[in-house]
Design a protein around this ligand. Structure first.
Ligand SMILES: [Zn+2]
Length: 603
């Protein structure tokens, strides 16, 4: 499609004026912020919900998980404008552009000028991915000529030493799906260094423009390339090379252990999911003690509202003590005591599994569920799903979902003293239309995670089976359902199995969901305007980042070869304390706890 355009002359003059006010400077430190440019991949016209898979959703997930600050520019709605690249002083707003705009994004001569000025005058580096090099101006900037794209069996192989691919080779298509063939982009190099080839053709290239500005192309099959760990790491390092530095989170060997269902009503009413609620003693012996022994945290998705059949209303779960119709004693008061002990020991985190784990409408046909015999309507699992009406096969309206999410949050806060940050639906019952989208509503209510990312800026749908995309890689922690079955049900049947996870993953650290959410929502920034000093601030949001406020945070400061050479005389300072010279590629930055912003700088 043709992009909307503005008169060419006016825009050229505007950018010229902005540039005229830029003072001459020595080596400028680029801003630590990335602009992700896409064409029509964002399916939500309101630019909030990121869903449907594809490389755009992956990129957003990765950038959030790494902690890289970014904005998104969608060319199907927004025209290119100099103001997207320069601030009010005429300084660059971004250290790098990630170009993920497909061939459908045609650039007019004024679009090309804006982009050219951003790279060549404002010194914003550019990283183009896969086949997103089809606009002539992108090819010119990258020093490439695009030819075509066809299936090929070759893997990308490292060619020579480079900062971006150092230590990753020789085969960059490892640690991913063993595909027989993938799309291979064919391009001729007209003025770039070749860092990797595939079947003899250039596949990763870099063109250096001076001033620490480079245009990097990471080629490959746009639908597959990010499935390979070395390519994801190459993208990470391309960001470092493009900006000169980056402060990022690495998740190697991090596991988030989760368990669903404590407090749910299924175990008392659903025949095929029937078991006694866990007691204080079981929780202490089989959950808390092993967690303590391994300095591990377990994130519990719990249900604070219970169906009171006699009163036909939702009542607080943790006051329920009764013998159910199968003759089993259910003691949720005892369960609550166990949870409180685990929280006090610092090994349990309470998250939301909805308000009731039940259908909001328990009355209409084919019900009522209320009062029905246990082997009649009550035996239908559809009644025990809260955010999609599985019994009647229809979505739950947005306002009803919102009410249930708010009730869950408020009741958990009332009974445990903290607001849940993670949200997950019972039985993966979710509504997906835009109006009723469960992820979108959860984000608006204030939850921070449901398998992808939830925030005030946007919501990324995660996989509904609670296995996070790219979980268990350097890029995203492994979300692991606790043994034996990810539910309290498993503990009721096979309590000894829970602790076996620590033998299966001996070198891993078991962090809680709050910690992952905290990193996703930490605000990393450089001061506005041109800077000749590397200085970054890290802020912990009071709501989403409470785990970092409680424990502090650990990051990797990665500095590219070209900038490290210039900064060799400087020392790393963290919150006013010296941490030694920048003499190696990677420096671990440890930031303390508490509400105050942190300052990471070289001086
Ligand atoms: Zn459940």
């Amino acid at each position: 499609m043709q992009l909307r355009t503005r008169p060419w002359l006016l825009r050229a003059v505007c950018l010229g004026l902005l540039l005229a006010f830029r003072p001459a400077a020595a080596q400028q430190i680029k801003p630590y912020r990335v602009l992700l440019v896409i064409s029509n991949q964002w399916k939500d016209p309101a630019s909030f919900l990121v869903s449907g898979g594809g490389e755009f959703q992956t990129l957003v997930t990765l950038l959030k998980s790494w902690g890289v600050p970014f904005d998104i520019l969608r060319l199907d709605q927004v025209m290119l404008d100099p103001g997207q690249f320069a601030d009010i002083q005429g300084s660059s707003r971004y250290g790098a552009i990630i170009w993920d705009a497909g061939a459908e994004a045609k650039l007019s001569p004024d679009d090309e000028l804006v982009l050219r000025e951003a790279v060549e005058k404002l010194h914003t580096s550019l990283i183009a991915l896969g086949n997103r090099i089809q606009q002539p101006e992108i090819q010119r900037l990258a020093g490439l000529r695009y030819r075509s794209e066809h299936m090929h069996s070759s893997h990308a192989l490292v060619a020579g030493d480079s900062f971006i691919l150092r230590g990753l080779g020789p085969d960059l298509h490892q640690q991913g799906p063993p595909l027989i063939a993938k799309q291979r982009v064919q391009a001729d190099v007209t003025g770039a260094s070749i860092l990797a080839t595939a079947g003899g053709l250039p596949q990763i290239t870099e063109r250096e423009l001076g001033n620490g500005t480079s245009v990097i192309w990471i080629g490959g099959d746009i639908d597959q390339m990010l499935l390979y760990q070395p390519i994801r790491t190459a993208l990470r390092r391309a960001i470092v090379e493009a900006i000169g530095y980056a402060l990022m989170k690495t998740w190697t060997n991090s596991i988030v252990l989760t368990m669903d269902d404590m407090g749910n009503a299924q175990n008392a009413w659903l025949e095929h999911w029937h078991y006694p609620a866990l007691t204080e003693r079981q929780i202490r012996q089989f959950i808390i003690e092993p967690l303590k022994a391994h300095h591990a945290i377990l994130s519990l998705n719990i249900v604070p509202g219970f169906v009171d059949d006699a009163a036909r209303r939702i009542v607080p779960t943790w006051k329920q003590q009764f013998t159910d119709q199968f003759g089993t004693k259910q003691d949720y008061v005892s369960t609550k005591k166990g949870l409180d002990e685990g929280i006090a020991e610092g090994v349990l985190e309470i998250e939301s599994h909805g308000w009731t784990h039940m259908q909001p409408d328990l009355t209409s046909p084919p019900g009522p569920w209320w009062g029905a015999p246990v082997e009649d309507e009550r035996a239908e699992v559809g009644w025990y799903r809260e955010f999609y009406d599985v019994r009647r096969d229809r979505e739950i309206p947005a306002a009803e979902q919102r009410f249930h999410m708010q009730q869950s949050r408020d009741w958990i806060k009332a009974e445990f003293g903290t607001e849940p940050l993670e949200f997950s639906t019972g039985g993966n019952g979710v509504s997906r239309s835009w109006a009723n989208n469960t992820w979108r509503i959860a984000a608006e209510v204030g939850y921070g995670y449901y398998g992808g990312y939830l925030g005030k800026d946007l919501a990324v749908e995660g996989r509904a089976d609670s296995t996070a995309e790219y979980g268990g890689t350097d890029d995203v922690p492994l979300l692991l359902p606790a043994l034996p079955d990810g539910h309290d049900r498993g503990i009721a049947h096979d309590p000894e199995d829970f602790a076996k996870v620590f033998d299966l993953y001996p070198r891993c650290s078991f962090i809680g969901l709050d910690e992952y959410i905290g990193y996703q929502h930490a605000t990393l920034a450089t001061p506005p305007g041109i800077s000749e000093r590397l200085k970054m601030t890290v802020e912990y949001d009071p709501h989403y980042c409470r785990a970092l406020r409680a424990k502090g945070s650990i990051w990797d400061l990665d500095v590219a070869d070209w900038l490290r050479a210039e900064l060799s005389a400087k020392q790393l300072w963290v919150d006013g304390r010296s941490s030694g010279p920048i003499d190696q590629e990677l420096k671990v930055v440890i930031l303390g706890a508490g509400p105050n912003p942190h300052v990471v700088e070289l001086r």
